[in-house]
Unconditional design. Sequence first.
Length: 349
Amino acid sequence: MRKFVVLITGAGGEIGHGLITRLAGHDARRIVTLDVAPLDAALTPMVHREITGSILDTNLLDAVVAEFEVDLVFHLAALLSTRAEFTPVTAHQVNVQGTLNLLEFAQKEGESHGRPVVFVYPSSIATYGLPSLEAKTRAGPVREDEFTHPTTMYGCNKLYCEQLGHYYSRHYKQLAAETLSGKIDFRCVRFPGLISAITVPSGGTSDFAPEMIHAAAKGEPYRCFVRPDARIPFMAMPDGIDALMTLSAIPGDRLTRTAYNVGAFSPTAAEIREVVVAAFPGADIAFGVDAKRQGIIDTWPGDVDDSAARRDWGWAPKYDFERAFSEYLIPTIRGRYEQEAERAHGRTR
């Protein structure tokens, strides 16, 4: 008898930390994780099975199919935007081939146990590509099907995988004698820049916001790589986890799309700096623009239209700009480094 579980790939990343913690307290399913690196020790007790390996290893995925009955997949594993630009071929292998492997895995699971596998996929505002700053200003909040001409490898990967998920869910092998589509219920959240207070920024192009806070909390200088007027949408990680959890649980007949925008707040880099400096007086945060990374940010929307998510599955963020920083990000990150300083002081006494 195979075991009934939820599978999380890329479980050791920023989203995985919050998702595992939330699922462990609110879902009856046992959790199986798959990541190329071991999980943090704090997460291990929450997990039924931790598998260390790659989503590119199809033999490993076949072994999971054989042992577990998976009816929910959170496919988080990805090579993020900045690293993807330096290694586009590797990014394609991980982000596209890896996702294709997981879709085939979910198709096999769905065919095996006779009901659709809910497949939740985090996408990104990197799927957008606005042609100029003037167009970005004129556009206002951007809808899902507008300006989908990404300029980064990561954005291209994500947009294509959204389309792959739609194909597997609605049109898989449509010329076959028997209907094979419908074994996957693909649901995608197109995230803005996600900011976590728990994990350290890991190379995303939108990481200038959390990097400011971490540097200020450590008392280190920081040179922000975008202009003061640079504006993109952001979201506090707890709201990101809420979005994934809510979308995974909503009845499928309420969904009119396979990919949904979600938004929360859209400050400029200067507004973020102002809040961080107010919380950490004397923080040394200046602007040293990286023209290439700024060029990527300029192609992303200043805000997104998430009315479809609000209408179809009741999306509403709990954290606006003020609450995200004053109640979640700043106190949590400040406490992290105060504890580290106390431990270091204790070791040197």
